[in-house]
Design a protein around this ligand. Structure first.
Ligand SMILES: [Zn+2]
Length: 380
């Protein structure tokens, strides 16, 4: 990762003046993004177009363009990983048609797709699963529907695409602190909490930025993928930009070194995820009601080299004992004591012996109370 190329990408995007989704220049911007990927040596780069209809444009349909560069996996090409961010911008203090520099929001996240693609290509890294570098169109008016991420997520769900993870960067360049005291929020989605633990540990390991636990189910492009049932993770600056959606959202007010560090951490998450088994998602627990049994369920792993789940339990979250290995997605933990808290963890492992972090949950088995006897109806 190189701060000079990150700076170049952000500055070039700012130089369009405005990247408001209803500007005439939107296809020029998309083509510029496409040219960047092509120049890196990517052969499969497409403008994936879709129509947006919102009240901001008097419900007149307008063509929008997601820019998608694909690096096909060598051994698991049908497993897809996305990294990206939206490239459109907005200005609520002036006319967004005229000026909306959007350096932090979100040329910075767009640069994460570009710089990660560039670094991977120049390192000659060949991923085992397929990576898609995506610059999303039309995020800013998402609450009115029809964003580029909603379009893509819906399409992936309809086509039954095996999307393993969507990594989103949206606003990753505002930092008022010295670099070694800077922080980034790692935001996550319900059911995929383990991704947050992995993402935080990798950010810690591969960048100088300190990861902080962020919000859950936050609105932005990653939320569109979560809504369609895909695992997602989302990074944004810990110190929210005071220049958000204003004419002051320019590169001069951004910290490009910080931005580059966040890109490093999110790229580490990408590579780790591509090369490791996927963690267990949607782990739920039900009390059987006999005071001695808890029932656990989770979503099936769809890795092509998936072997089995390893199960663990114990009385403390930090010291769980191995119980069993199974391929089923439900397990009854029996012989428990009524009213006592138990912890349960499940990991996925592959045929090479790689094992994921544990996804954990805790619960207390209770005997269901008997129906109350001797009840009398008293007229009011
Ligand atoms: Zn944004």
């Amino acid at each position: 990762m190189n701060v000079d190329t990150v700076t170049y990408y952000v500055q070039s995007l700012e130089n369009f003046g405005s990247r408001f989704e209803y500007n005439e220049n939107r296809k020029d911007i998309a083509n510029w993004l496409k040219d960047q990927f092509t120049a890196m040596g990517y052969e499969q780069v497409e403008l994936d177009s879709f129509l947006v209809i919102t009240r901001y444009n008097n419900n007149v349909p307008v063509m929008q363009y997601n820019v998608v560069a694909t690096l096909t996996g060598s051994t698991r090409p049908d497993e897809i990983y996305i990294i990206g961010g939206h490239y459109d911008s907005y200005n609520q203090t002036g006319d967004p048609h005229v000026f909306a520099p959007g350096a932090d929001d979100n040329a910075s996240g767009t640069a994460s797709a570009l710089e990660t693609a560039r670094a991977i290509k120049s390192a000659g890294y060949q991923p085992s699963a397929t990576i898609k570098f995506v610059c999303f169109a039309a995020e800013e008016l998402m609450l009115s529907g029809n964003s580029g991420s909603e379009y893509m997520a819906e399409k992936y769900r309809e086509q039954n695409i095996n999307l393993k993870l969507m990594i989103n960067n949206d606003m990753i360049a505002n930092n008022p602190r010295p670099l070694n005291e800077s922080m980034v929020s790692v935001n996550y989605y319900t059911g995929s909490e383990t991704l947050k633990d992995i993402a935080m540990s990798l950010m810690d390991q591969y960048s100088v930025v300190t990861p902080m636990e962020g919000g859950r189910d936050v609105w932005t492009d990653s939320r569109s993928f979560h809504e369609e049932g895909f695992p997602a993770i989302y990074y944004d600056e810990y110190d929210f930009s005071p220049n958000y959606h204003t004419s002051n959202d320019v590169i001069a007010n951004c910290d490009m070194e910080y931005c580059t560090e966040v890109i490093k951490g999110s790229a580490a998450m990408l590579i780790y995820s591509v090369e490791s088994p996927s963690p267990v998602h949607n782990l739920n627990v039900f009390d059987f009601g006999d005071g001695a049994t808890l029932v656990f369920t989770w979503s099936p792993n769809t890795d092509s080299d998936f072997k089995e789940y390893k199960l663990y339990s114990g009385r403390s979250a930090d010291s769980l004992d191995y119980i069993d290995s199974i391929t089923d997605t439900t397990f009854n933990l029996t012989g428990l004591s009524d009213g006592v808290k138990y912890f349960f963890g499940v990991s996925a492992s592959d045929f090479d012996g790689n094992e994921t972090l544990l996804t954990k949950v805790s619960a207390v088995p209770n005997k269901l109370p008997k129906a109350p006897g001797g009840v009398q109806a008293i007229p009011a």
